[in-house]
Design a protein around this ligand. Sequence first.
Ligand SMILES: Nc1ncnc2c1ncn2[C@@H]1O[C@H](COP(=O)(O)OP(=O)(O)O)[C@@H](O)[C@H]1O
Ligand SMILES: [Mg+2]
Length: 598
Amino acid sequence: MREDNMPVGKTIIAKGFEPDNFICWAELNDENIMRLDLQEPGVVYEILEGREEDKCYGIVEKTIKTSDRDVISEQLSIESAKEPITASVMMLRVIRKSGVTAPVGRHPIKLADASGIQTAFNIKEDGIPVGVYTLLSGIPPQTCVVKLPFEYVLGPEAAHINTGGQTGYAKTAWNLLCCRAILSDKELSKETCIIAFNVKADDLLWVDKENTELKSEDLELYKLMKLEPKPFEDVKIFAPEHPVEINEPNSLRFDAIAFSWRWNDIKDQLHFAISPEDWDDKLEALLTDLCSIEEIQSFDDAILELEYMIREGERGWVTSRTGATHHSATALKAKRILEGIRNRFRGLIEGKSEPLPIEDLLVKGRLSVIDVQRLSEPAQRLVFSKVHADTIRKLEEGTAGVKKIVYLIDELNKFAPKAAKPPISGIRDIIDDIAARGRSIGAILMGIEQYPSQISDTTTGNVSTFILCRMKAPELDAHLYRGISNQVRQVIQRLPKGYAVIVHDTFTSPIIIRFPRPPCAQHRPIEYDLLSYIASKTPRKNRADVIKEFQKILKEKPYEELREILHKYIDQGLLPKDLVQAYLNEKARAGSGHVKRS
Ligand SMILES: Nc1ncnc2c1ncn2[C@@H]1O[C@H](COP(=O)(O)OP(=O)(O)O)[C@@H](O)[C@H]1O
Ligand SMILES: [Mg+2]
């Protein structure tokens, strides 16, 4: 779009105009009448009212085009002698810099400059940069970085950003960018840590690796947003211990820090790990009873205790050593469930590794990723509830080393679905609590899911910033989106990757943004299979050094030399041929498309 300082059209008073609404109609001049880019939703005009002390702007909400004889054509009949007879009028949302809300008369309009766009949408100078104002036809020349107000991202005004949209339309990518923007802010990074849960796939596991997919357009966007396209520096990746390989993480990341919990660590969260079909109040009562018995120190103790109770039981009832009575059937069920957990959660519980070190999560400026991707849903719930309980306690006690914790949860639908039975509803209550109350204590939720309409109402009701990536019509028909105009909903259905619509409490209208690919890798780096193989063949104690050395070779040696070195590795039986070949092929391919950063 041309940045034009000349008027391109004028406002008209449409029939039915009411002086108390803040909408007006406008049309383009003859020479611009065919310019579709000037009529897109989101275009901002300055309405030249000629008042020295105030400025007036109009954001295009919709454009009505017609070639029929109807009210609008009638209205435009004097000017619509041109062929084909297609009249278009634009509906503008009117905003004045002064905040005055008066009707608009007939005035020329021109494209707003960047500061006009800021005023029109109420984008503040200060804030967290999350993208660049754009239109579906591309970024207009009046570039305007969209910033979210600090107090609406990290409290106290609000503390929940939610991202929804179809798979593959850069939801996770936007959240990684937003995390980068938060931690790149000098002040925020002094008091904030981020804890991300890698629930599905592996796209949160490479946050400390370079994104080799960045294109020159991404780098431009980073420059505009004044962010560095660099991976996260202070990163810790945690994963439960592997069920079979002692002390090794159950993760694609061979270098993740393995953790394992004992009975006492997780007995308070145990009920979250039970499936809804098994759950009932009687079972809950029995588990609570078992957890209160100090002599029980392990799953084996708990199972032995139940066996003893069952043996000693009479006429369908059992009594625990606290004196409480339970149905025998409940005791049998509890025994089966605890045995199941002990066997299926092996590694995550009662492995050889230390428990997850909570203090290591609560370090300012750090992004920690907890990889639960390989766990079953009940085990994922257990991990989330345990990490949440321990971290929030420290935050509330004021012993947390940080003032704010951002919980980044991909697949929020697994934790906070609208329709949920216990114990899943218990997890949903935790999420609801963060969304509703977190802002006052420094607990911030960044939730991601495909269908925000399927998330708990309390959670979505407390969203101050919605990031809507491409969505389909049935989702957009949900009650949740009733405040969004049909035109914006149509835009959302057409958004390409890297575009989103932001609906934010303090913005006057939804804003279409363009954002760059994330600053870190979202896919497994091409060398990872080699590193992982070498790690598996190297004893733990010198693994870090060997890997570091090997990484250096991969990074620094020119292609031909590297090829020779790797073939030597094959000859010495240190690497398998197919892995090396796959790596070299990919490297050759990536080498041709990769943009080098200065
Ligand atoms: N800003 C962007 N512009 C264009 N493509 C992008 C952008 N961010 C990510 N992508 C591409 O889109 C793919 C899907 O992104 P992802 O964040 O995994 O989507 P989702 O979480 O919605 O499933 C990424 O693998 C990446 O290649
Ligand atoms: Mg994703």
